[in-house]
Design a protein. Structure first.
Length: 69
């Protein structure tokens, strides 16, 4: 694993957050769902920043990021 992989790992983790987000919404745990959504949003900003400003963008990231969004 290299530094260039960090934004992709963050994006994959954001995709994995979808499961707990849906579960908390279905259970009516809206505060928890909001916190999960906020973490996902923050991670989107972080991986985008790293990919653009550090030059760590990859073809895989260009595919995965819109899916995760």
């Amino acid at each position: 694993m290299t530094r260039r992989d960090i934004p992709n790992l963050i994006t994959l983790l954001r995709l994995l957050l979808l499961v707990p987000l849906v579960v908390t919404l279905l259970r009516g745990e809206f505060v928890s769902a909001l916190l999960i959504f906020a973490v996902a949003g923050l991670s989107d900003a972080v991986d985008g920043y790293l990919a653009r400003n550090c030059g760590w963008g990859t073809t895989l990231g260009a595919i995965l990021d819109p899916i995760a969004d």
